[in-house]
Design a protein around this ligand. Structure first.
Ligand code: ADP
Ligand code: MG
Length: 742
């Protein structure tokens, strides 16, 4: 069946599918995918194509390689397996082309689908890897597409569609061809302006549908795919540009720097010089704060680059201009740390109303869920009265009881742990929209940031403060007893030198299913090895067991070992952290609660046990906890994985470089797209269907430029009604949530 021969009645995207493809096929497709109308079916794109150009003759099949053959089924049999449950379908095929007809066997485990679709005489295109079984070559579980005849394969590439497994590729392919017959420009007008199509050399919409489903050559299919990718990129960027335009239209109270204020005094007393990166990003933020529209900025800087200081200086500028600042941290431990280090850094400037306080001083308060009722009430009062200039806290800050006198700036540390609703709640606490600064240590390539963070402006804090000692990172194989002993020896040596040690493990107790839940961001991909994976079988190290082991070791006599994890009561966590900071604990065994921000200068060694349980960026952040006080830091990534295991590669990558950007790229490469966009966390389907945020960086950048030109152009997006409608249709609930992550 050729699309061109089909009935020329024009369809529109909303034409009911049943009328076009017949009741039988409709029932199948509806059951499989829930499709109702032609447009839905045509948006079901192939995920690959089989091509005649790649064809190999059976007689010349190269062992171990991926091949595509067109062959005719000679026989098909099924039998039960002896050694395991299930059945085996064996299909013997012979070449459909060429004078020599060699035979080849294929096997499908539980191949019910193959049994249904392949019969003696069926011609199909098969592709898969050539393996040897006993004396014969064979293809195991190949992909295939049933053909009308061998000639069909010669004509065009064969699309292979994503399927539910129950649904034959052929049913989808034939239905799509029927639907395609009614696609033309009148029923499928192009929402993209003609000028744009020309300038970006994009295929028109109707033609793109033809070419993606029924290409003459593979090249045509890719061109069509590019058009659809651009569509997604443009719709996304238009939605973002609209949000940005909306935000820029909102008023905010300008908070310009005031001469003679807290910020000037603070700067004058700094014991060190700001790094060039801190100066540059500080200037960008200062300018935004002075503006009459709300700032919405992402401050991105590697672990230890000094982001907190940049944020603190922004907060002081806001206080000088009569506003208050809120700093949101992802955990109580971190909130307490921020509170302490900010109070310490400000010294007399944070001692309003206290003896020895500066006459212009402000107050820094901590508000967490674990605060006693009386203390809590005091803090609430001070924030409401405006006495408190900076309030640091976790999401307890979002409680409805908290009222600000004049909230001017919200700083969010580590944005990936914060939901948009939470930030909106905070925004709602201010009369006018407050300025917003989001800090993250996860380096994200710029075009990815454009996509993932919507309308955030991005400031990149480059460079590390001078005097930062290097961190040496090594992978320590645990399956080698010598290394295991050495690991504990090294801990003991550091303690003997008067230094402190972090031991990070994946789990709290044997029975806990997961870790603290503190880190959804960098979770490691599942081990690739599956059941045969020795490391996967070995139970993960726990805080409980590690503490017990260390305490029982004669080697560790006199060494003070304590634990820290998310299940401990908040006061205990805070006390342990304070003890560690004060040097009253030598070895701190913890989960990833210490992942972000914690700053103990005397800690020189970090041992991450079962390091393969963590993701790349998580490991990178973790090791940033050592080597902070000018003391040389060492990070050991201990793993049971054998050398050469795919997940070992991740650890080697972390050991090989300190460059956060290199690691971020590595991390992104190893994760699926959906993870980056957060859809895997919400359990929803990926928001973007064909656009790939990393590989399509150029396309995204182009689309962003075009989107801005359209939104800022004469008449804005409304001047392009078709496009406007497409954006509105496209921005459904999922997309709305996604956009608001920024
Ligand atoms: P991060 O970007 O990881 O949040 P921090 O803000 O925690 O980094 O800073 C790390 C350490 O570096 C802190 O102890 C901080 O006081 C210190 N620091 C920040 N800026 C400078 C600077 N310009 N010179 C020297 N030390 C600095
Ligand atoms: Mg920090």
């Amino acid at each position: 069946m050729k699309a061109e021969d089909a009935d020329r009645t024009a369809f529109v995207p909303g034409t009911p599918l049943g009328a076009v493809i017949g009741k039988d096929a409709y029932n199948k497709l509806h059951k499989g995918f829930g499709y109702e109308v032609v447009g839905e079916l045509l948006d079901h794109f192939p995920n690959r194509y089989l091509e005649v150009g790649e064809l190999t003759a059976i007689a010349t099949l190269p062992l171990g390689e991926d091949v595509t053959i067109v062959a005719e089924v000679d026989s098909i049999t099924q039998r039960r397996m002896h050694t395991r449950r299930g059945m085996l379908v064996e299909v013997v095929v012979k070449d459909a082309f060429g004078p020599e007809q060699a035979y080849l066997r294929m096997t499908f485990f539980n191949g019910y689908q193959a049994l249904k679709e392949l019969h003696t005489g069926t011609v199909a295109m098969f592709s898969g890897k050539v393996t040897r079984y006993r004396e014969h070559l064979e293809l195991t579980h190949p992909q295939y597409a049933v053909l009308e005849s061998a000639a069909e394969a010669e004509a065009r590439p064969i699309p292979v569609y994503p399927s539910t497994g129950k649904l034959a590729n052929d049913v989808i392919r034939r239905s799509v061809l029927l639907a395609l017959g009614g696609v033309d420009e009148s029923g499928w007008p192009d929402p993209l302006p003609a000028e744009l199509l020309r300038r970006r050399r994009l295929l028109g919409r109707a033609a793109a549908y033809q070419d993606i489903h029924h290409p003459r050559q593979l090249r045509d299919a890719y061109r069509a795919l590019r058009r659809f990718r651009y569509d997604e990129a443009l719709l996304l960027q238009l939605a973002i540009a609209q949000r940005r335009a909306h935000r820029r239209g909102q008023p905010a109270v300008p908070r310009p720097a005031a001469p003679g204020g807290l910020l000037e005094r603070f700067d004058a007393c700094l014991p060190f010089r700001l790094t060039p990166g801190q100066l540059a990003t500080g200037a960008e933020i200062a300018a935004d704060l002075a503006g009459t529209h709300p700032m919405n900025r992402l401050l991105q800087g590697d672990v230890g680059s000094g982001k907190t200081l940049v944020a603190l200086r922004a907060m002081l500028q806001v206080i000088d201009a009569g506003g208050q600042a809120a700093l949101l941290a992802p955990t109580e431990v971190l909130a307490a740390q921020h509170h302490q280090s900010i109070t310490r850094a400000l010294g007399p400037l944070a001692a309003a109303g206290m003896l020895g306080g500066d006459e212009r001083a402000t107050r820094v308060d901590l508000l967490t869920g674990s605060l006693g009722a009386a203390r809590r009430k005091e803090v609430l009062l001070r924030v409401a009265s405006g006495e408190t200039g900076i309030v640091v806290g976790t999401h307890a800050l979002l409680s409805e009881h908290l009222q600000f006198a004049e909230l001017g700036l919200v700083v969010v540390d580590e944005q990936h742990r914060f939901g948009v609703e939470q930030r909106d709640t905070l925004r709602a606490k201010a009369g006018a929209t407050p300025h917003m600064l989001v800090m993250t240590a996860t380096p994200i390539p710029r075009t990815v940031a454009m996509t993932v963070f919507g309308d955030l402006e991005v400031s990149i804090l480059e460079g590390l403060p001078a005097g930062r000692a290097p961190i040496n990172t090594h992978v320590a194989p645990l399956n080698n007893p010598k290394y295991r002993t050495r690991l504990f020896g090294l801990m003991r040596e550091e303690v003997a030198k008067g230094h402190q040690v972090y031991v990070v493990v994946p789990r709290i107790t044997e029975t806990s299913v997961e870790d603290d839940g503190g880190s959804t961001s960098g979770a490691a991909p599942a081990p690739a090895g599956g059941a045969s994976d020795a490391a996967a079988k070995k139970p993960r190290e726990t805080v409980e067991a590690m503490v017990a082991r260390l305490r029982a070791m004669p080697l560790m006599e006199g060494v003070r070992v304590e634990e820290l994890h998310g299940r401990l009561p908040a006061e205990e966590k805070a006390r342990t952290m304070a003890d560690f900071e004060a040097g009253r604990i030598d070895i701190l065994v913890s989960t990833t609660v210490i992942e972000v921000g914690v700053d103990v200068h005397n800690a020189t060694l970090m041992v991450v046990v079962d390091a393969d349980a963590f993701g790349i960026s998580q490991l990178h952040q973790l090791r940033g906890r050592v080597g902070r006080g000018g003391l040389h830091g060492t990070c050991l990534l201990a793993t049971w994985l054998e050398d050469g295991h795919p997940s070992r590669a991740r650890l080697d990558a972390v050991a090989a470089t300190r460059d956060g950007f290199v690691l971020a790229e590595e991390d992104l490469k190893q994760r699926r797209e959906g993870d980056i966009l957060g859809s895997s966390q919400s359990g929803r389907k990926s928001t973007l269907k064909v656009l790939r945020v990393i590989q399509d960086a150029d396309l995204i950048a182009a689309a962003r430029e075009d989107a801005e030109a359209i939104v800022d152009g004469p008449g804005g997006l409304e001047a392009h009604p078709a496009l406007d409608r497409a954006v509105r249709e496209w921005v459904d609930e999922d997309m709305q949530a996604f956009l608001e992550r920024g």
